[in-house]
Design a protein around this ligand. Structure first.
Ligand code: SAH
Length: 246
């Protein structure tokens, strides 16, 4: 691990901004971000802030003005380039509020590059709040010193996902009814892990997935895991076997 730099201090607030950043940029913030910096962290002119944009990397900024509902920052120097993340997608059947928030937070921390909700026959979640899920991913990245966010895709139905599947991307299908050991399947290169809903996959879905070029059924062991546990466990195991846990 690189030595901890003396400046800015480890306690410096860290925020994601959804726009390309550049040296010398003046960045007026309002809303929740201004409230966090101005009222929660009570920053004053000259205080440091770390910003990342999921595009260029992480920047050091300083507060140049504070007002009741706004804080203005000036970007002074680049601290880091945007990190590289392994080309691993998580395809997951939406599950209920709470567990799905945990799933998105853990998949972000563990380095999934793309989160793709997949509507299956037993998916019970009708409305998916992507804004809330994106906020979970952003908060996880802010807290875990990340400079990259997972891409959060619009939900897609399982048949449509499979019909257009690019077979150069290995589709690891976590099949609770059994499959190959992950250690035999996991290899670096474009990969997706597919996790079903609380009710699991139907037989028809299982057959459809197994018939898809590039797809392989994998067991996550002899115990049935909750969907969110299966997602975190499968990503972790893949990161260890084929990702960047070196
Ligand atoms: N209700 C189902 C379990 C669903 S668990 C049953 O009782 O059989 C939700 C999802 O987690 C599954 O669809 C699968 O993708 C994954 N999963 C859970 N445990 C697993 C295991 N031991 N092996 C492979 N996948 C698993």
């Amino acid at each position: 691990m690189p030595a901890t730099p003396a400046w800015p201090p480890a306690s410096t607030p860290r925020l994601f901004v959804d726009q390309g950043l550049g040296e010398g940029m003046i960045l007026p913030l309002d809303g929740a971000q201004a409230n966090y910096l101005g009222n929660v962290m009570r920053l004053k002119t000259g205080d440091p802030v770390r910003l990342f944009d999921d595009r260029t990397g992480e920047w050091l900024a300083e507060v140049i003005e504070t007002a009741k509902r706004s804080v203005t920052l000036k970007l002074t120097s680049k601290l880091r380039e945007r990190e590289a993340v392994p080309d691993l997608w998580l395809l997951f059947a939406p599950i209920k509020k709470g567990p799905i928030d945990w799933l998105v937070e853990k998949a972000t921390e563990l380095g999934a590059a793309r989160l793709q909700p997949v509507i299956t026959q037993r998916t019970i979640v009708d409305r998916l709040n992507l804004d809330r899920l994106r906020a979970n991913a952003i908060e996880a990245a802010e807290q875990c010193d990340r400079t990259a966010l997972p891409e959060l895709a619009e939900p897609v139905k399982l048949p449509a996902l499979l019909k257009g599947w690019d077979q150069t991307r290995t589709l690891i299908f976590a099949d609770e009814s059994g499959g190959a050991p992950l250690i035999e399947i996991a290899k670096s290169g474009p990969t997706a892990i597919l996790i079903g809903p609380e009710g699991g996959f139907t037989t028809e879905e299982r057959e459809m997935i197994r018939a898809t070029a590039g797809a392989v059924a994998v067991s996550l062991g002899p115990r049935i895991l909750r969907a969110e546990t299966a997602a975190a466990a499968a990503i972790s195991a893949w990161m260890c076997l084929a990702g960047d846990w070196r």
